[in-house]
Structure formats: C-alpha cells, structure tokens
Design a protein around this ligand. Sequence first.
Ligand code: ZN
Length: 484
Amino acid sequence: MAKLIPAKHLLLIGIVCAFLAIVFFAFPTGASKDTQNMSLTITPQVIKEAELSLFESGSSSLNNVKTQVISNQATHNSLPYLIDKGGENDQLNNSNTKPSTSSFTANPSPKFTIEKHSVQIKEGDSLSKVLSSYQVSANDIYKVSSADKKQKSLLRMRPGQHLEFAIEQPSGSLKHIKLVLNRLQSIDFKRKNDQFERGETNRTPDISQTYKEAVINNSLFVDGMNANIDQPLLIELANIFGWDIDFALDIRKGDRFSLLYEEKFLDGEKIANGKILAAQFINNGRTFQAIRYETNKGANYYTPDGLAMRKAFIRTPVDFTRISSKFNPNRLHPIFKTSRPHRGVDYAAASGTPVKAAGDGKVSFAGKQRGYGNVVIINHGKGYQTLYAHLRGFARGMRKGKKVKQGNIIAYVGQTGWATGPHLHYEFRVNGVHKNPVTVKLPNDDPMPKADLKKYLPYAQGVVAALTNSNSAEFSQRLALLKD
Ligand SMILES: [Zn+2]
C-alpha cells in the first residue's frame, strides 16, 4: 500500500498525524466535544488543499505545507495559533512532551506598553498615510475613520496641524488619537469596546481689552510698529479709516491715532489679537472715530452717531501711479488747444490695470463713444453716476443692464479715444452735475436700521467714554484743540 501512495503524500499524512496528535495531547482531557469535533471536521479539507498546493507548486518543502495548513485554518480561532506556535516539526514534538499549559498561553506574561507619537501634518498627508507608517492596522484606521464619518474632521486635516496618537505594544493596537486643530480646538477618538468614541475639546481664551496710541512721524506702519502695534492691526485700521483718509496722500507728520482692541490669552500667554473695538484718527486737522458694532447684517464700523464708516463709493477706482490731469472746469485741452473743461480726473496707470466699480449699481452704457473711446457708465441710484473712459477692454459680461457691486472689476486701463497715454479718465456726477472725484463728499453707506440704532447709541457712548479715559494727555489736548 505504501508503494501506491506517492512519497509526498506520505509526508503529508505524517504531518497531519502529528497535527492531530498535538490536538489530542494539547487539549486537556476535559476538552469540550466542540473542540474535538472541530479538529476532526476540518482535517479532510486540510489534506485536500494541502495536496493541491503540493501538486501545483511541485514543492516538497515542509514549510510550504505548514503555511498552507495555517491559512486554511484561518477561520478557526484556536487552531492556527496552536500550529503557529509549534511551527517546525520537532518543535511540535517537543510540545507533545511538555505540559499543555505553556504552549497554550497566548502571552505568558503580557507586558503592554503605550507608545505615544506626535506628528505634524505635511502637505499630502492623510490619516491612513500617517498611521500606516506607524504600523497601525488598516482595520484600526477604518474604525477611527468610521467614528469620524459624520464630521469628517480627520479628512479635513491641514498641513501644520498636529496628530497625536497612542499605540499599545506589542499588539500594535491604536488606543487614542487626537487631531489638534489649533491651540483652542482639538478632536479626539478613544478606543472603547473595540470602537472609537469621538470627543471634542474647545477652550475659550481669556479676552482682555488693550489700548494703544501712536504719533505719526514717518508713516502709519513705521510709527505704528514702533508703538508695538502688530502689523495686521494696522492694516485693519487703514481699512477702517480708508474711506475717509488716503493713507498714501493725506498723512501728515504729527497725525495721531489710537485703538482699543481685544487680546486673547490662554494659560496666561497671549495667543492672538482679537477685534478692533474702536479707533480714532487725527489726520491733518480732522478727527475720525470708528466703533465696531454687529447687526444681523454682520459686523461693521460706525461713527459714534451711527453712520457707516464705509462709504457708498470707493474714492479711487484704480491703482494709479499719479494723477496726470486734475478736475478743471476751465482747462485748455492738450490736443485741441482750446478751452475745454476737464470734467473728470485722469489717473495714469499701466495699460491693462483693472478698473473697479466705485459703488453698487447698474451699467447704463458699455461701448465706444467718440473721444472717450471704450467707456463704461454706471448708474448708482439716488442721482449718482460714474464714468470710466479710454479703456483698453471690458470685463467679461460687461454690458448695459449688468448689475455691479462696489469693487467689482469692470474694465482695464487703456488709451482708446482721445488720449495721449494709458490712463483712466474718471467722472463723478451727482444729479447730472460733474463733481471733482478727488474731493467730492462721498455719501455714507446704507444707514443702520432704526431698531439697531436705538441699541447702538448708548453702547457707542460707553465706548467713546472708554477711549477718552484711555487717551494720553497729549492726545486729549489735540482732540480738544480740534473741537474748538
Ligand atoms: Zn481725462
């Protein structure tokens, strides 16, 4: 009979016998019926598949057989582990002679350690990319992602943020992971019952109000920064007063400004600047005060009387290099040498410089008009009209009836029509009368609704009082002089 069976098969039968022997020896005498049944029912399949693999590969190595057996048993919990432990043949035999307990304890004296990691997210990083580089299993990554399915915070992590996580060793199991969004916010996932529970931490910074003031000798930025006012605050300040003060042309030595703003602290350490609550500017003999106030339309700056600081029009609708021709009702025309009033301002700028709508409105003309060349006229309502001429071309979709918002690009500087060089000819008309665009009093933006104004006025009074109390003696003196 032995001759009828190929040597390979004999070898295999030998292994299976050894395997069965282990099962019987290793299990205590009182092993449950279930376990025995299991090992018996599985055996035929083991032989079958092991045979197959031997014929296919032509390999006779023991290791291959072993591997195959293990993978075929993978659906069963305890057997693969047993086989894995007793890998080689002689080891299997050894385990036969040993008391059963040692070969059966998964971890004789498990020593768990927790490894902690903190990783700064780089461009192109993803949760799975970071975690898998620390050998976190795909299964754990999947479980964490599932716990975050709704909010997708982990999907949205950005370069610079930190990912902190704890891995239990030697199991490699992910225990805890935390995405630190910023100093105030973090999101974390804790392992509980083999699932991850999502949690959020939101810290509130302590907010204090700070008052600062500065005298201008050089410029807003140089002197502001010398007075320890951060640049972003100065930029914001320039935006608040930019409707009334041209920071390139209007600033005079001896101008002063002050601001009341929020500073945010965490654990006693300053982490950021907050909002500018109020500011004042003394410019070339004029004074301006602005107070931040929030209505359901959003936050804006208002005068103490409740007028918007923002105006309905931008003073200059183009970034220009110089004014090449002023508004002059009695000018001699440079080409015709005849008395022809110059009813607008010429802003010299490079050809192609964007031209912005000075205010919200509707285009009433966009096309060619004799001396103007390419021209856009916008109706702003309430009798206001602006005109932009000598344009090289128009912005897309610029045609009669098109609605535009303040600051929208409507066209580009050129020298079409009667022009000696690239510039924007800009006209400002009020009820059909040409006004000097550089000096015309610009109307304020839409006023605050009456209901808001009622609440605003007492608030503004309080803020003005706070500013007055903070002003230095010099600042107060200057203000008093200007008021007289
Ligand atoms: Zn002109």
